[in-house]
Design a protein around this ligand. Structure first.
Ligand code: FES
Length: 69
């Protein structure tokens, strides 16, 4: 399998939510573990609360709601 070159990958931070990664073949977490990417776009958790890390599972919405109340 060939990996995407950096020029083919884009990263976008969603305010209060995940980081959208487009065009990547692999996402490497803070511990150095590589996670294969099988979709054109993946949402990487930026809040640290996901139960499916490194992927966003929507928990950031619950965290934000509790913080607002
Ligand atoms: S950003 Fe969505 S669960 Fe962390």
């Amino acid at each position: 399998m060939s990996r995407a070159t950096p020029a083919q990958v884009s990263v976008e931070r969603c305010p209060g939510g995940p980081i959208l990664v487009r065009g990547a073949d692999v996402v490497r977490d803070a511990g150095g573990t590589e996670h294969e990417v099988t979709r054109p776009v993946v949402a990487v958790c930026a809040c640290g609360m996901s139960g499916r890390a490194p992927w966003c599972d929507g928990t950031h919405k619950v965290v934000a709601a509790k913080g607002a109340g």
